[in-house]
Design a binder for this molecule. Sequence first.
Ligand SMILES: [Zn+2]
Length: 110
Amino acid sequence: MIKCKDCEIRIDYNLQFPERIFCTECWGKRMNNVIPFHPPKQELILLYEVVDEGGNAEWGGNSERDALAWIATSPTAVRILVSGWTTDDDDAYLVGQPLDITEIVREASR
Ligand SMILES: [Zn+2]
């Protein structure tokens, strides 16, 4: 017999999972801590960017409407991108990668 590393209850050695030197309850708690089943929700700030053929930003901002207006009138703008940021503070960081929504915008404005 061995003891659970967390609560010291006596447990049978688990031959199938020799690394699990915990009772079922403590193992469950540990797994819940390692793999959160419901990751905390994060408020995202959306930033729109209108870029030209070379990928240079012509316009950038929070307004969807302004982004659409820009790409509709600029002769050089070809793509519209949207990116998600954690906050609008100075220490904001990009979540994932910017998404190219040009096709969606094109389909929607037909
Ligand atoms: Zn335990």
